[in-house]
Design a protein around this ligand. Structure first.
Ligand SMILES: Cc1cc2nc3c(=O)[nH]c(=O)nc-3n(C[C@H](O)[C@H](O)[C@H](O)COP(=O)(O)OP(=O)(O)OC[C@H]3O[C@@H](n4cnc5c(N)ncnc54)[C@H](O)[C@@H]3O)c2cc1C
Length: 504
């Protein structure tokens, strides 16, 4: 059956696909980079530019992960408010978080310019607006926190939106671009001079050492250093207690009236994120939001419906042209983990980017390439992957991990959705109990059934059906599988095993 994504982003449908080869056999390089998203490709390009021999290993197609599903606001407005960062990381930490986001935007701007990449990169202002008095009180507090952290931020009542708001935090010099046009330009430049980009090459094991060994079914890559740029690191339990996967949704609609180019964020929880972009001569408004914990929403299609209604209510649009969804990975203390993996000598990770992975993914490339090259990097200490900050995020840490423990037990004991194949309609996925055993069953539109084990091959939680994307999603650490059980994204490395249904 066709295992392609159910919903494709504006970026995917407006660029040509690429076709990089698979790993042909064993290989030796300086640095093996796992994952062909923004973090992996930026790291690879910066290391190649510095003279290193790199190999990017991507299990599907480049940019088929979260980077292909992004809305690509390039912003210094992080998901964690600056007021919280000041409290938890001090003025210096909040300052570094702000200046590193600025550095990432400028890194992208400089690559766009020096490599002459045609990707619609445009500087725009960003607005976080309040619609209620309570939101306005918090917003005013955030304006002064953002200024204290060094942002070019101000409070304004002049917000160029087609509906009334109470006021907004305005921040200058943010940016928008077409992320796939930008990153395909980097990807195209990676092969050559001893460097490689391999697609359809899944890493199944990593051995730290001198050299490191990165194992795939097509061959083993030996390297002095390994970068896991896989959204969530592969199969590490300690790191996963600090990472929480959320699903988020996006739509793009051609503008049928004026909307000032910019980035706009409301102050709800979860918030909506909006921006403009011109693609192929057409102006779009792109709206994202309706986030929820992975696997916690029964009717994921309803989230698209809510987002479309929000978009039609507020913006001058006649039709929704594209809809897509993806995952964001939140960290325990609100900042990403970028650096040497805990307990490793030569293996590096980049994860926990929350909703600002375009800048943090770029920053990961900057920090990791510096660490591997032995250069100083001013941001390495703040984002250290092994940091322990019991104060920051302590409540979320306990709550999120209590939820994982709850799901681990509750989903095993939960009542099944049915007992017979007939309980699963064509196009649907359900957890059945057959002969005393839980089975995840999907039926194609023509009725053909596919039965797999519902036990996630990462750490053993039970997967849930995602009806909007037609995938089996794990609520514990965000692993996703196709209807037939193939790994769509990590941390799981192995497919869900097939199960034979009794002939009844
Ligand atoms: C709807 C949505 C809107 C967003 N909006 C914004 C925004 O406005 N601004 C912003 O800054 N960020 C935004 N983000 C977040 C941002 O897109 C992500 O944080 C970022 O793209 C993550 O990049 P990455 O390189 O870490 O991961 P990915 O792009 O997911 O790349 C990881 C790659 O690793 C590969 N991989 C995994 N396991 C293996 C394996 N075992 N072997 C080989 N390859 C493997 C995957 O196939 C994948 O291609 C948004 C995300 C979503 C979903």
């Amino acid at each position: 059956m066709n295992e392609e994504r159910q919903h494709k982003s504006l970026w995917t449908v407006t660029t040509l696909p690429r076709d990089f080869p698979s790993l042909p056999g064993d290989l030796d390089v300086d640095v093996a980079i796992i994952g062909g998203g923004i973090a992996g490709l930026t790291t690879a390009w910066l290391l190649k530019r510095a003279g290193k021999k790199v190999a990017v290993l991507e299990m599907h197609r480049v940019l088929s992960g979260q980077t292909g599903q992004t809305t690509a606001h390039l912003t210094e407005l992080l998901d964690t408010p600056y007021a919280t960062l000041l409290k938890d990381f001090g003025e210096k930490g909040a300052h570094l978080a702000a200046s590193s986001s600025r550095a990432a935007i400028e890194q992208i701007a400089s690559l766009v310019e020096t490599l002459a990449i045609d990707c619609g990169f445009t500087r725009v202002p960003g607005f976080r607006y309040a619609e209620t008095d309570a939101e306005l009180r918090d917003l005013l507090h955030e304006v002064s926190a953002a200024r204290q952290a060094g942002l070019l931020a101000s409070y304004t009542k002049e917000v160029p939106l087609p509906f009334p708001v109470k006021g907004a935090l305005r921040v200058e010099d943010q940016a928008v671009f077409h992320p796939r046009q930008y990153l395909l330009a980097l990807a195209d430049r990676i092969p050559g001079d001893g460097c490689h980009l391999f697609e359809n090459t899944q890493v199944v094991d990593i051995h730290d050492g001198t050299p490191c060994r990165v194992v795939t079914e097509l061959g083993t890559v030996t390297a002095k250093a390994v970068v896991e740029a896989t959204t969530t690191p592969l199969n590490r339990v300690a790191m996963h207690t600090k990472l929480y996967p959320y699903r988020t949704y996006a739509v793009a609609a051609p503008l049928d009236g004026p909307l000032e180019p910019g980035q706009y964020y409301d102050s709800r929880d979860p918030y909506h994120y909006v921006r403009t972009q011109r693609v192929d001569g057409m102006s779009y408004v792109i709206v994202g939001g309706e986030d929820h914990k992975v696997g916690s929403e029964e009717d994921t299609a309803a989230r698209f419906a809510a987002l479309e209604a929000y978009t039609r209510d507020r913006f001058p649009v006649k039709r929704i042209a594209h809809r897509w969804s993806g995952q964001i990975i939140e960290s325990a203390d609100g900042l990403p983990y970028i650096g040497r993996n805990v307990g490793s000598r030569h293996v590096y990770v980049a994860t926990g980017f929350s909703g600002t992975g375009m800048t943090f993914g770029t920053l990961a490339g900057m920090v990791l390439s510096d660490l591997i090259l032995g250069n100083q990097n001013p941001y390495a200490a703040l984002y250290d992957a092994g940091r322990v900050k019991p104060k920051a995020g302590a409540k979320d840490f306990i709550q999120e991990n209590a939820e994982v423990a709850f799901r681990f037990v509750a989903d095993r004991l939960a009542r099944p959705d049915g007992h017979h194949l007939a309980d699963v309609a064509p196009g649907e996925g359900k957890i059945l109990e057959v002969d005393g055993r839980k089975v995840a069953v999907y039926r194609e539109e023509d009725g053909t059934p596919h039965a797999v084990s519902p036990v996630c091959t990462h750490l053993g939680c039970h997967v849930h059906w995602n009806n909007a994307e037609r995938s089996w999603d794990c609520p514990c650490h965000g692993g996703r599988f196709s209807p037939t059980g193939r790994v769509l994204n990590g941390p799981a490395l192995k497919d869900l095993p097939s199960v034979k249904l009794p002939m009844k």
